[in-house]
Design a binder for this molecule. Sequence first.
Ligand code: NCD
Length: 314
Amino acid sequence: MTFTHRHLLGIEHLRPEEIVTVLDLAEEYVDLNRAAQKHSDALAGLTQINMFFENSTRTQASFELAGKRLGADVMNMAMQASSITKGETLIDTAMTLNAMHPDLLVVRHPHSGAVDLLAQKVNCAVLNAGDGRHEHPTQALLDALTIRRAKGRLHRLNIAICGDIAHSRVARSNIILLGKMENRIRLIGPPTLMPAGIAEFGVEVYDDMAKGLEDVDVVMMLRLQRERMDGGFIPSEREYYHRFGLDADKLANAKPDAIVMHPGPMNRGVEIDGTLADDINRSVIQDQVEMGVAVRMAAMDLLARNLRSVQGAA
Ligand code: NCD
């Protein structure tokens, strides 16, 4: 089996064949999730704890459902963001949980690197459900599965990632994954929302939607992450929508069969036109949600197999 990791902390650590292993297994779970009987015993007897130090609706629900469908005992901990902003406290929390013998720990945290740190302190498998602006590996994997199913392949595609790149862990994980799979990546957004040193990622950068979208196969929109902004990054939402919001007119620059993606939650009328987001002929936003459950099932299944083989060898 070509997936030997103990944790899933970032796309950064995965080889292309490991990415394919996750996606291939996820395909099987897509079928299971569409069946009337949605249960498997892949995680039977294992304990999964979801620790979300940041608000989340879809990611937490997706991980919870994924664990339950695989037969794990799943616990959600509601973490108060205010009480955990110190590194020390995070480690204390981790040690407390560790003493309860979980097998899988799913963690979202507002600080980049916090999940990696936690993984060093516990004995179980840790899955990063988003850490600061750093990585959100299961989001990039579910996006990859959505693209592969819609386009029939995951290489040599022109892919535009648009909007608030600077604050986005979704963008970062996607840039790494799609780059590893040899796609051509364009980033489109205002210069104030481009991260420093972006040229090193081997991407093309545009600040004009019409030019940047020319001939692309995939248009990935990002939420304007106002909670991560501490100053005037954009003149106004109206102006932002006018220049960078995706609508049918701007999309007309892309290939006629280009798909539209968004990780959610969406700001309709800010980064994307609501009608376009709902257009099932162009938008795959609901497919992304569906693929999310399947990809998380695959990721947890693979990590659990590795856990068992380590335990078996001990
Ligand atoms: C993303 C996240 O939390 O990073 N959402 C998600 O996981 N579905 C993107 C976002 O919040 O805009």
